[in-house]
Structures are given as structure tokens and as C-alpha cells.
Design a protein around this ligand. Structure first.
Ligand code: GLN
Length: 239
């Protein structure tokens, strides 16, 4: 029997816009190409938080969706923190990225509590920041994605961003950085979805999950020419 990875998607009913579910599809398909089985689980409000999770993925949502999940997310917070401390890889995008920080204050002044995994907070801004984004990151080289948010995120000085903005807005309009890192947790504003255009990040997540669970990661060479073209095309599109 093949080795199996359990992938958890957080709040797909409320937090899954701009194709964020595609991140789960990419992890599942690439894991299978590398020779692993996968099981995809979903956690929505009211569900019991599942056990034995190897990868956690979460997407973006409207402010209203963030409001709907906030109580349940507080309930799940201890389990998520435990997984993060055990170096389980996670990818959280936009709305859930904001809620992995300490709090999000909407444009209307409503406070939505986060779980404080990243030492950062977000405030709703006056402008929507929309368009293709290019980042440069130490670990993954160039990252290409698409942002659509009005929240402006400020990282505390101890938090490492995912990358430096080459094109686009990123965390806010002045810091020149995008996303956040904590252990094997990646937070980012980048939709697209992110992983089809950035397979290196997908394989990094799989490598972390497999090394932790099975002691090693056996990979195969995957033809990523389509992903490469998608990146190149996104880079030439107007913002
Ligand atoms: N509501 C948040 C914002 O606009 C998150 C948006 C999103 O997840 N795309 O800042």
C-alpha cells in the first residue's frame, strides 16, 4: 500500500474564493505523481477538528465569511498551534492569512479575532489592491500570484515575510514585503490559485509533510512547462 498524506482544507464553505481550492488539487495531484496517496478532509464551522493531519490549507473570503468563521477558528486555534509547533506545513491565503495574525479590523471598525500564529495585524484600507504580483523570496526564488484585498497587514519586526515585492502591493502599500512565515507555515495574499503557478512551493509543502511522516520524500521529475508558461504570461499582464 502506498504511503498516504492527510490534507485538511479549512472552511471551504466560507473561505474559498478566486480558485483557492486549486491549491488542494495541486497538492493532491503532485503527491500522487510523486507516488503518494492522499486523503482530503474539510473542516467547516461546527465540525470536530480532525486528527492526524499532515498538511493544512486555507483560502480567502469576504469580510462577512471571516466574521462567520471567527468563533469556530478560535475553537480550532489550540489544535492549529500544536500542528504548527510540530512543523506541519500549512498554506493560508488572504482572508485566512489575515486571521492567522492577531486580528483584522474591518473598514467599518469591526474587530475579527485571529489566532496569533503570525505576530501581525491587519486593518481594512480605503483602496482595493488588485492585480498580478511578483515576489522575490530567499527560499522559493521568484513567486507569481494574484492579489485582491483591501486589508493592509503590518508584520511585527520579528516576523519573516514570504518575499519582497517586485511588482504589486503585498502586505501593505509601504513595507515592500508580502506574506509571512512561521516554522513551516506560509501565509500570503496570493491567490491565482498560488500553487499551480508555483509548483516549487507545492513540492516544498509535500517534502516537509513526507519527511515528517515517513522520514524521507521520494520525488519524481514532473514536466512543469505549463506552469512555467502560466507564470510568464501572468508576468506580462497589466496589473
Ligand atoms: N476581506 C479581506 C480583504 O479584503 C480578505 C479578502 C480576500 O480573502 N480576498 O482584505
Amino acid at each position: 500500500m502506498n504511503k498516504k498524506l492527510r490534507i485538511l482544507q479549512l472552511y471551504p464553505k466560507d473561505m474559498n474564493i478566486y480558485g483557492d481550492w486549486g491549491n488542494v488539487l495541486v497538492l493532491k495531484r503532485r503527491a500522487e505523481w510523486h507516488g503518494y496517496e492522499t486523503e482530503v478532509l474539510e473542516h467547516d464551522t461546527g465540525d470536530d477538528f480532525p486528527k492526524d493531519i499532515d498538511i493544512v490549507v486555507g483560502g480567502g473570503g469576504q469580510d462577512s465569511g471571516q466574521g462567520r468563521i471567527q468563533d469556530d477558528l478560535q475553537r480550532a486555534a489550540p489544535a492549529i498551534h500544536r500542528l504548527a509547533e510540530k512543523e506541519v506545513p500549512m498554506l493560508v491565503v488572504c482572508g485566512l492569512y489575515q486571521m492567522f495574525g492577531k486580528r483584522f479590523i474591518t473598514r467599518q471598525g469591526q474587530e475579527i479575532l485571529g489566532i496569533g500564529l503570525f505576530d501581525m495585524e491587519t486593518r481594512g484600507g480605503d483602496e482595493r489592491l488588485i492585480g498580478n504580483v511578483i515576489l522575490q523570496s530567499d527560499e522559493f526564488g521568484e513567486i507569481v500570484g494574484y492579489e485582491n484585498h483591501s486589508g493592509l497587514t503590518n508584520l511585527s519586526s520579528s516576523v519573516k515575510p514570504l518575499g519582497t515585492v517586485v511588482r504589486g502591493a503585498g502586505n501593505n502599500l509601504s513595507a515592500g514585503n508580502e506574506g509571512a512565515r512561521y516554522k513551516n507555515v506560509i501565509g500570503t495574499y496570493l491567490h491565482g490559485p498560488l500553487l499551480p503557478k508555483n509548483p516549487e512551493i507545492a513540492d516544498w509543502i509535500l517534502e516537509k509533510a513526507c519527511s515528517k511522516k515517513f522520514g524521507d520524500f521520494t520525488s519524481t521529475v514532473i514536466d512543469d512547462r505549463l506552469a512555467d508558461s502560466a507564470r510568464e504570461i501572468a508576468k506580462t499582464r497589466p496589473r
